[in-house]
Design a protein around this ligand. Structure first.
Ligand code: FE2
Ligand code: FE2
Length: 167
């Protein structure tokens, strides 16, 4: 994982990746530890995780993904890294495809709770999301962020950083 990043915008992406990886780790732990018993809808740890998952899928992933697609991937395209940008775009689409069912399950878990059948569905989609999203973050950390550090100058960094709030 990169450290000593020189640009605000790469630092912001990096910090959001770390927060998402932390959430995915918690989700992975819950899915692995749960056995065949649905998560207890009344338990605070379950509620905190489901709220964090909802927030991540509804807002952070949407905003973060949109910003990368609209502002950062075009820089990769223009900087000779079009192949990487194409892979990252495809990964975004695959992750987006996992999210509606998981959003539905997380809302249900916070409402009346998950049935044993829901639990299978939740586990299936959560496992797919974890696998795809972890691999995506790792690719962005190891390939996208170092490339952007070279492609973004201080002036461009300032403009991108200011634009992040308006995506
Ligand atoms: Fe990202
Ligand atoms: Fe991304």
């Amino acid at each position: 994982m990169p450290n000593d990043l020189r640009r605000q915008v790469t630092q912001a992406m990096h910090e959001e990746h770390m927060a998402t990886l932390d959430l995915l780790g918690r989700l992975e732990h819950t899915v692995a530890a749960g056995g065949n018993t649905p998560p207890d809808a009344g338990e605070q740890t379950t509620r905190d995780l489901m709220h964090a998952l909802l927030s991540n899928l509804e807002h952070e992933v949407t905003r973060h993904f949109d910003f990368e697609e609209q502002r950062l991937f075009p820089l990769l395209d223009g900087g000779g890294k079009g192949e990487l940008a194409a892979i990252l775009r495809r990964e975004h689409e695959a992750i987006r495809a996992c999210t509606p069912k998981l959003l539905d399950m997380a809302r249900r878990a916070l409402g009346k709770g998950l049935s044993a059948r829901d639990l299978d569905t939740f586990r299936h989609h959560a496992t797919a999301l974890i696998k795809q999203h972890q691999a995506h973050m790792q690719r962005e950390e190891s390939e996208m962020i170092p490339a952007l550090e070279e492609l973004i100058d201080p002036q461009n960094d300032w403009e991108l950083w200011n634009g992040y709030g308006s995506v």
